[in-house]
Ligand binder design. Structure first.
Ligand code: FAD
Length: 762
C-alpha cells in the first residue's frame, strides 16, 4: 500500500499534471463518436500481440436457406428487369415496374424484423443483396441500400419508442413509406455537427389542438431518396429559449421523424450526382411545426442525435459502401480479364502484354482482398459487433481500392470503356466512383482524422481510461484512476518494446503464427508489424499528445498500418476458410507482398516525420534494426496472378461470385463478353494448330487442310462474338444533341468571294 501511495503521489502526480496539458481534449461530439459502437478485433491489433487464433475461430459469413432463396429468386429477377443504360440516358429514374417490384418484395425492409413485416435478414444477406444489385446497376444498388442503411429504419429499431416502431416499421417494410435521412446542409458537410438547421421549442397548433412542439427551419442538400421520400429522419439543433422542457437552453443535435407532407416542408427538386440517376436532392423546411412525440425516441432522446448517428454509422459504414465496392472490384476483375483475352492488338491478346498483366494482377488482388474483408466485417456484425473503427477502415479502403480497380479496368479497356452506350459495361461504375468516395464520411477526412484518431482512443487498451481519468471533475479520484491505467500502460509499452525488438531483430522468426495454418510466414510477418505498430503508436501519442490531431499525415500513416493489419488478416483468414486452395497461393502472396510494401512505406513515413527524433530513432533501433526493407511482387508472381483472370475456371468464379452478368437479359454487354471469352478459349487449340503451321488466315488454313470446315466455322463464330464485344455505340447526331442541325452542311452557295478563287485555281 505504501509503495502504491508513494508511486501515486511522487511519480504519477507530476505525470498526471503534464498529461492533462498534452493529451487531446475530447469535445462532446468526439466523445459521442468515440462511445458509439463496439471495440472488436481493432482492440486486439492495438495490443501489439493480436491473438490470430481468435480471428480464425470466427465462423465465416453465411446465408440461411431462406436468404439464399431470396438471392436466387427476387434478387436475380430484379437485376434482369434493369436496363442501366436506359436509366442513365433516357429515363433518369428507375422505371415504375422496378419500384413496384422492390416494394412488393420488401427490398426496402430487408433489415426490419419479421414481426414488423420486414424480411429480418442478416447483415451478411443485406451486404450480398446490395453487392449483386450494384453489379447490375449502381442506381438500383443505391436505391435499395439507403432505406436499409443509415436512415429512419435503422434508427427506429435502435432508438424508436414502441409506438413509433409500430407505426413506421410496417410501412417502411412494405415500401408504402419511402425514407430518407437529412443530415447534410450547406454549411455542414464533413463537419456535420456545425449545422445551422434549427428547432425551437414552443407551443403551436397540431391537428387543431394547441400542443408543445418544435418549430423547425432547415435546408438540407444531397439527400438520397429526398425528392421522393414520404418520411425524413431530420437532424437539427434544438433550442429551448423559454425553458419549456426544463433544463438547458441549447439542447444539442436531435433527430425527428418528419412526414414530408407536413405543411412548410418542400422537396422534389433533384440533384444529378454524376449522371448516376438515383433520387437525390434538397429538402427545405420553413417554420414547420411538429409535436414533441415526433422526436425519434420521444422526449427522452432530446439532444441524443449525434450519438444515434454515430451508432448507426458504426455498423452501416461496414456494409453499404464496402458491398458496392466489392461488386465493382469483382466486376472489373472478371470483365477486364475476359476483355484482355478477347481483344487483340499487334496480333496477340492484349492480356499477354506484361504492362497489362500488372494491372490485371492488381484487379485480381483487389477483388480477393475487398471481398475477404467485407465478409469478415459482416460476419462480425452478425455476431452483434458494431466496430466503429473497423467500419471506418472498410469504408475508406474498400472505396479507394474500388477506385483503383475501376481506373485500371478503364485503362485496359481503352476507348471501349470510354464511349458510352448500352455496349459499355464500365461507364456506370466509373461515373459513380466519387460518390462512394464522398458519402458516409469523405475519404480524406476518414483516413487522416478518423481511423487512427478514433482508433487510438477507442481501441487502445489504456488510452480512453487515461483520458477519462484526466477529465474527472474529482481530481483525487482522477489521479487514482490515472495511476492504475498509466502504470499498466507503461508495462504494456515495455512488453511491446521487448516484443518488437525480438521480432525485429530476428526478422519475424520469433514472431507467433496461429497453429496449423497454411502460410505461417505471412502470419508471423503480420505479428512483427503489429508489435512495431503498438510501439510507435504509444510513442507518437506520448510525444505528440493532442498535436497528433493536427498532424494528419502522421495519423493517416498510422491508420494505414492499422488498416493493412486488418485487411491482410482478413485475406489470410479467407485463405484458411476456403480450405487453403493451393491455386490461390499466388494471389495471397501477391496481396501480402503489396500489403507489406504499404505497411513499410507508412512506417518509413511516420519515422521520417515524427517530431520527436529520439522516439523515431529508438523505434528504428528496436523494431527495424536493419532498416525498413520491402520488396515489390516479382514479375513471375505478377504473371501468375494475372493469368487467374484470363482463363475460365472455378478459381475465377470464386474470385468474382454472385455478380449479375446479364443472364436474365436477351441482350446484355456482359453476356456478350462472357460468351466471346468462352468461345475464344474453346478455339484456342485450333489457333494453336494454325500457329504451328505458321498460318494466320483461317481461310488459308482451311484450304491447306490445317483445320477442317467445322473448325473453320467455330473460328468464324468466335470472331463474330468478339466483334460484338469490341464494337462501341454510335448515334444519329440529332439523337445526341438538339443542336445537331447547325452542323449539317448547307447547300453550296455561289458567293462573290468564291468565284475569283475558283478562277485563280483554274
Ligand atoms: C450523391 C450524394 C449522396 C448523399 N446522400 C446523403 C444523404 O442521404 N444524407 C445526408 O445527410 N447526406 C448525404 N450526402 C452528403 C455527404 O455525406 C457529404 O457530401 C459529405 O459528408 C461531405 O461533405 P461535403 O460534400 O460538403 O464536403 P466538405 O465537407 O466540404 O469536404 C471537402 C473535402 O474536405 C475534406 N475534409 C473535410 N474536413 C477535413 C479534415 N478535418 N481533414 C482532412 N480533410 C477534410 C473532405 O474529406 C473532402 O475531401 C450525400 C452526398 C452526395 C454527394
Amino acid at each position: 500500500m505504501g509503495i502504491r501511495e508513494f508511486r501515486r503521489d511522487y511519480l504519477t502526480r507530476p505525470i498526471f499534471r503534464w498529461a492533462g496539458g498534452v493529451l487531446p481534449p475530447i469535445s462532446d461530439t468526439e466523445r459521442e463518436a468515440i462511445d458509439a459502437g463496439t471495440v472488436w478485433w481493432d482492440g486486439e491489433l492495438f495490443t501489439g500481440n493480436p491473438d490470430w487464433q481468435k480471428l480464425l475461430d470466427m465462423p465465416p459469413a453465411a446465408l440461411s436457406a431462406r436468404e439464399q432463396a431470396f438471392m436466387d429468386g427476387p434478387v436475380r429477377e430484379l437485376c434482369s428487369m434493369i436496363d442501366d443504360w436506359k436509366i442513365a440516358w433516357q429515363d433518369r429514374d428507375l422505371p415504375p415496374e422496378v419500384w413496384d417490384f422492390m416494394r412488393k418484395n420488401k427490398f426496402f425492409g430487408m433489415i426490419i424484423p419479421e414481426k414488423y413485416g420486414g424480411l429480418g435478414f442478416s447483415n451478411t444477406m443485406h451486404s450480398e443483396v446490395v453487392r449483386t444489385i450494384s453489379s447490375a446497376s449502381v442506381v438500383a444498388g443505391v436505391t435499395v441500400m439507403v432505406p436499409n442503411s443509415l436512415g429512419p429504419g435503422e434508427l427506429l429499431m435502435h432508438f424508436g419508442t414502441e409506438a413509433q416502431k409500430d407505426h413506421w416499421l410496417p410501412r417502411l417494410a412494405d415500401g408504402s413509406e419511402i425514407p430518407c435521412f437529412g443530415l447534410t446542409s450547406e454549411d455542414a458537410g464533413s463537419d456535420a455537427a456545425a449545422m445551422t438547421d434549427s428547432g425551437v421549442v414552443e407551443y403551436g397548433k397540431h391537428e387543431g389542438r394547441k400542443v408543445l412542439g418544435i418549430r423547425l427551419n432547415f435546408h438540407k442538400r444531397y439527400i438520397t431518396l429526398g425528392p421522393v421520400a414520404t418520411v425524413m429522419g431530420l437532424a437539427f439543433k434544438l433550442f429551448d429559449p423559454d425553458g419549456l422542457l426544463g433544463g438547458e437552453k441549447e439542447r444539442g443535435i436531435t433527430v425527428a421523424l418528419l412526414p414530408t407532407a407536413t405543411p412548410g416542408v418542400s422537396h422534389g427538386e433533384r440533384h444529378i450526382p454524376q449522371f448516376t440517376h438515383f433520387q437525390n436532392g434538397p429538402l427545405y423546411g420553413k417554420d414547420v411545426f411538429i409535436p414533441l412525440d415526433w422526436i425519434l425516441g420521444g422526449q427522452e432522446q432530446v439532444g441524443q442525435g449525434w450519438k444515434m448517428l454515430m451508432t448507426a454509422l458504426a455498423a452501416g459504414r461496414g456494409i453499404s459502401l464496402p458491398s458496392q465496392s466489392a461488386a465493382s472490384a469483382a466486376m472489373c476483375a472478371r470483365a477486364t480479364g475476359a476483355y484482355a483475352r478477347v481483344r487483340r492488338q499487334f496480333n496477340v491478346p492484349i492480356g499477354m502484354f506484361e504492362g497489362i498483366r500488372r494491372h490485371l494482377a492488381d484487379l485480381a488482388a483487389n477483388a480477393y482482398l475487398i471481398d475477404a474483408a467485407r465478409r469478415l466485417t459482416v460476419a462480425a456484425l452478425d455476431r452483434g459487433e458494431k466496430p466503429s473503427v473497423i467500419s471506418a477502415i472498410m469504408k475508406y479502403h474498400a472505396t479507394e481500392r474500388m477506385r483503383e480497380s475501376i481506373g485500371k479496368a478503364m485503362d485496359i479497356h481503352g476507348g471501349k470503356a470510354i464511349i458510352d452506350g448500352p455496349r459499355n459495361y464500365m461507364g456506370g461504375q466509373y461515373r459513380s466512383v466519387p460518390i462512394g468516395i464522398t458519402v458516409e464520411g469523405a475519404n480524406i477526412l476518414t483516413r487522416n482524422l478518423m481511423i487512427f484518431g478514433q482508433g487510438a482512443i477507442r481501441s487502445h487498451p489504456y488510452m480512453l481510461k487515461e483520458l477519462e481519468a484526466l477529465s474527472q471533475a474529482d481530481k483525487d479520484k482522477g489521479l487514482d484512476a490515472f495511476d492504475r491505467s498509466f502504470w499498466a500502460h507503461a508495462g504494456h509499452s515495455i512488453a511491446n518494446a521487448g516484443r518488437a525488438f525480438l521480432r525485429g531483430w530476428s526478422g519475424a522468426l520469433f514472431a507467433p503464427s496461429p497453429k496449423d495454418v497454411g502460410m505461417p510466414h505471412h502470419w508471423q510477418r503480420l505479428s512483427r508489424y503489429a508489435s512495431a505498430f503498438a510501439l510507435i503508436s504509444d510513442l507518437a501519442l506520448l510525444t505528440m499528445g493532442g498535436a497528433l490531431k493536427r498532424k494528419e499525415l502522421i495519423s493517416a500513416r498510422l491508420g494505414d498500418i492499422l488498416s493493412e493489419l486488418y485487411l491482410l488478416g482478413a485475406v489470410l483468414k479467407r485463405y484458411e476458410d476456403e480450405g487453403r486452395q493451393k491455386i490461390d497461393r499466388p494471389i495471397v502472396d501477391y496481396i501480402m507482398v503489396n500489403g507489406e510494401e504499404r505497411i513499410c512505406a507508412a512506417f518509413d513515413g511516420v519515422l521520417d516525420n515524427l517530431p520527436a527524433r529520439w522516439a523515431a530513432w529508438a523505434t528504428r533501433i528496436v523494431a527495424f534494426p536493419f532498416g525498413i526493407s520491402y520488396r515489390a511482387p516479382s514479375d513471375r508472381l505478377t504473371d501468375k496472378v494475372a493469368e487467374t483472370l484470363m482463363t475460365p475456371s472455378e478459381q475465377r468464379d470464386r474470385l468474382t461470385p454472385n455478380l449479375y452478368l446479364g443472364e436474365g437479359h436477351e441482350t446484355h454487354a456482359l453476356k456478350d463478353l462472357e460468351r466471346a471469352f468462352q468461345a475464344v478459349m474453346d478455339v484456342e487449340p485450333i489457333e494453336k494448330k494454325m500457329r504451328a503451321a505458321e498460318i494466320r488466315d483461317p481461310e488459308e488454313a482451311r484450304e491447306r487442310g490445317v483445320i477442317d470446315a467445322a473448325e473453320f466455322g467455330r473460328l468464324a463464330a468466335a470472331a463474330e462474338l468478339v466483334q460484338r464485344v469490341v464494337a462501341v455505340d454510335a448515334w444519329p447526331m440529332e439523337e445526341v444533341s438538339p443542336l445537331a442541325d447547325q452542323h449539317r452542311k448547307p447547300a453550296p452557295k455561289r458567293t462573290r468571294a468564291a468565284k475569283p478563287r475558283r478562277l485563280a485555281a483554274e
